[in-house]
Design a binder for this molecule. Structure first.
Ligand SMILES: [Zn+2]
Ligand SMILES: [Zn+2]
Length: 164
């Protein structure tokens, strides 16, 4: 945000559907909003989820278009792909988009959802060397070794036993 940012007393719509006419009339708009996580429930694949979202937005009016730039920040819960523990993470993502000043509505919600969707880690690990769960007893091996005998995963292991 620029030095001379001004925060107007503007009631930011929770669904982030801004009326283009409002922004043109005000000659731009700077605003912030805390958003309900319910708008973002389906952005990540369960059990990963976004638990807190706030946006800082700045609209500036150019000749034929409106420039929207901002920062989305908040908190998310993500599950480790190996040990299945859930970790909380803070995030902050910047975005920048231009809209025609002829469109009736500027849909910032769509932009925010798309930006957040791109941040999902498909195979998140709680730490790079996470030991994961024991395939036999299901114990979290990061806490302590479980004492199970290692399984021979070779497809010939079973046959070897049969033809002794
Ligand atoms: Zn883990
Ligand atoms: Zn075990």
């Amino acid at each position: 945000m620029s030095e001379n940012s001004f925060y107007r007393d503007y009631d930011v719509p929770q669904d982030l559907q801004f009326k283009t006419a409002d922004i043109l009339r005000m000659g731009g708009l700077d605003c912030t909003a805390q958003l309900s996580p319910k708008y973002f429930e389906d952005v990540f694949a369960a059990p990963n989820k976004i638990t807190q979202v706030s946006v800082k937005l700045s609209f500036s009016v150019a000749t034929n278009e409106i420039l929207a730039r901002g920062v989305i920040s908040g908190e998310r819960e993500v599950q480790c792909a190996r040990c299945l523990q859930t970790a909380r993470q803070n995030f902050a993502e910047e975005f920048l988009e231009t809209y025609s000043n002829k469109s009736e509505i500027i849909d910032i919600m769509l932009l925010v959802r798309q930006t957040l969707a791109l941040t999902e880690e498909i195979r998140f690990l709680c730490k790079p060397d996470c030991k994961g769960l024991c395939p036999q007893c299901g114990k979290d091996l990061n806490a302590a070794p479980c004492g199970c005998k290692p399984v021979n995963l070779s497809p010939f292991a079973e046959l070897k036993g049969k033809f002794k």
